[in-house]
Design a protein around this ligand. Structure first.
Ligand code: ADP
Ligand code: MG
Length: 564
């Protein structure tokens, strides 16, 4: 293949510009990104080689090497993973296949710290090399192809890239960074070792660097022929809990999630019984930008006996726990397991149930903690992920009760964080229902005329303003034996809370107002099912209610907005 020139996809150009200009203060993350790509490439090879061990050629030990050439001012990240064919290099390094890139650009805040975090979440990793390099050359050969079928991809990271065929005897990929002027610190071995230790310690492959020795004559460090391993290279979850520090858990979390903050909570267990597996699960502090994207990747990685099988193994957790990150390492699943098999597998079912219970326990531990600080953490969690967790009330029948206890609402008594148990604890003598109102916003809920009577009587009403709340209500009929009653629906019977005097007055009024009601009914015709005298209003002359069992007005509005 002759040398050919290609143009980057428009989005890539934009992205490259942003990456190089906005991430400068966090530049060392490029090494984490490139090592993580190298590690992914080795995982992919290991997986493909399950069916075809010839792919290992004569190099079965997967590894990453970081090489420095001071004279040429290059830094190379070399792996012997799956490699790329010429077409793959063109496709994978010249375009962004993932949807959401536009969204990413829109989300860049200008705050470099935050933006660097986003970069990781989006997996625009490769381009981060251009923060420190003014040219990147990639030399690669896909496992299984002939030595002559290697590819050299090269670009200054502006408009175009060049591709040509090369002969590359060794399988895998070299990412060669031609460092920008002034970036010589990335030629220093101890600096690089420090970054690797910080960001890539838990990569389960060895990351090797050449040793250096002080040369007194030249009065500088000289690179030796010997290599040593810089990282720990043992998959964290396979180690015993007692040997792992909190900091190591946090670092591991940051590495798999690309989050810059430590997790809110984590749990690490070897599970035996119906299915044998290790679980290491994290609840993040902050919601990712794409929590509501339908085609967003899930956060669990599946391994089978330490062999990486897949990212985004959505069968392992219900979707309402999609914010959880972590690793499952199964001892029972077959190594050639596919997504289809996962959906059917009884082992997976057991893992899914086990993980769900664990995550709920972690959350309960925070929510019910005696320590106020922990309960505050739960409140913070709820702010970020509550709307997602709520979906579980309708989706997970087995854990509905547990989920109901974890719900938090605003109410007429407190602006946030009211649990159903708090509500029940504050119920008035003689009150037997849990009253809720659904509305578009907190202000609309609070000012609704439907609440007048409740306010007058000091009865607490939960204010439900999330889009999913209507749906949640349709699955949560009661709590602790008390029915949930939407105050915008049907006739409100306050039962023993109603005073007899008022009731009688209303009945009399209904009697004397009959002719008026009849006239209103005729005037409104089809548009109203009924016109009634009510005790629920205090100051307002009239309000709309829907029939018990009908869609609430709020839901009707939502559906109308959605074009239904
Ligand atoms: P991501 O890792 O999230 O896919 P990157 O921008 O980091 O995004 O990498 C883009 C793509 O380039 C990868 O998905 C992969 O197909 C390819 N790639 C990058 N580095 C390597 C490598 N060392 N070996 C093989 N393929 C690679
Ligand atoms: Mg990557």
């Amino acid at each position: 293949m002759d040398k050919t020139t290609h143009s980057f996809q428009a989005e890539v150009k934009q992205l490259l510009h942003l990456v190089t200009h906005s991430l400068y203060s966090n530049k060392e993350i490029f090494l984490r990104e490139l090592i993580s790509n190298a590690s992914d490439a080795c995982d992919k090879l290991r997986f493909e080689a399950l069916d075809n061990s010839a792919l290992y050629e004569d190099a079965p030990n997967l590894e990453v090497r970081v090489l420095v050439d001071k004279a040429a001012r290059t830094l190379t990240i070399r792996d012997n993973g799956i490699g790329m064919s010429a077409q793959e290099a063109i496709d994978h390094l010249g375009t962004i296949a993932k949807s959401g890139t536009k969204e990413f650009m829109g989300r860049l805040s200008g705050d470099q710290q935050k933006d660097a975090q986003l970069i990781g979440q989006f997996g625009v990793g490769f381009y981060s090399g251009y923060i420190v390099a003014d040219r990147i050359t990639v030399e690669s050969r896909r496992a299984g192809l002939k030595a002559e079928e290697g590819v050299r991809w090269s670009s200054e990271g502006t408009g175009d890239f060049e591709v040509e065929a090369i002969t590359k005897p060794t399988r895998g990929t070299d990412i060669i960074l031609h460092l920008r002027e002034g970036e010589d610190e990335f030629l220093t071995a101890w600096k690089l070792r420090g970054i690797i230790n910080k960001y890539s310690d838990h990569i389960s492959l060895p990351i090797l660097m050449q040793k250096e020795e002080w040369d007194a004559e030249k009065s500088e460090y000289v690179t030796q022929d010997a290599w040593d391993t810089v990282n720990q290279a043992a998959a964290l979850w396979t180690r015993s809990k007692s040997d792992i520090t909190e900091e190591q858990y946090h670092d591991f979390y940051k590495q798999i999630s690309h989050d810059s903050e430590p997790p809110l909570a984590y749990t690490h267990n070897r599970v035996e019984g119906r299915s044998e597996y290790t679980q290491l699960l994290f609840v993040p502090k902050n919601a990712p930008y794409d929590l509501w994207n339908r085609d967003r990747k899930g956060g669990l990685k599946l391994y089978v006996k330490r062999v990486f099988i897949m990212d985004d193994a959505e069968a392992l957790l219900p979707s309402y726990l999609r914010f959880v990150k972590g690793v499952i390492d199964s001892a029972d699943l077959p190594l050639n397991v596919s997504r289809e098999i996962l959906q059917e597998s009884r082992d997976v079912k057991a893992i899914r149930e086990g993980c769900t219970k664990r995550v709920l326990s972690m959350l309960e531990e925070l929510a019910n903690n005696e320590d106020q600080a922990k309960r505050d953490q739960y409140a913070a969690f709820w702010k970020e992920f509550g709307a997602v967790l709520k979906e579980g009330v309708g989706e997970d029948f087995t854990n509905k009760e547990r989920l109901a206890k974890l719900l938090r609402f605003a109410s007429t008594h407190a602006d946030e964080n009211v649990s159903l148990a708090d509500y029940v604890g504050r119920m008035k003598e003689g009150q037997d229902a849990i009253y809720v109102i659904t509305a578009d916003s907190l202000a609309a809920a609070k000012n609704s005329p439907q609440l007048e009577l409740f306010k007058k009587k000091g009865i607490e009403v939960l204010l439900l303003t999330d889009r999913v709340d209507e749906w949640v209500l349709s699955h949560l009929y009661d709590f602790d034996g008390r029915p949930m009653q939407n105050v915008t629906k049907g006739a409100i019977d306050l039962g023993k809370l109603q005073d007899e005097e008022e009731k009688k007055k209303a009945e009399e009024a209904a009697e004397s107002l009959k002719p008026l009601l009849e006239r209103l009914k005729t005037a409104l015709g089809e548009r109203a099912k009924d016109v009634r005298v009510t005790t629920r209003l205090v100051d307002s002359p009239a309000c709309l209610v829907t029939e018990e069992g009908d869609m609430s007005a709020h839901l009707a509005r939502l559906l109308k907005q959605a074009g239904q």
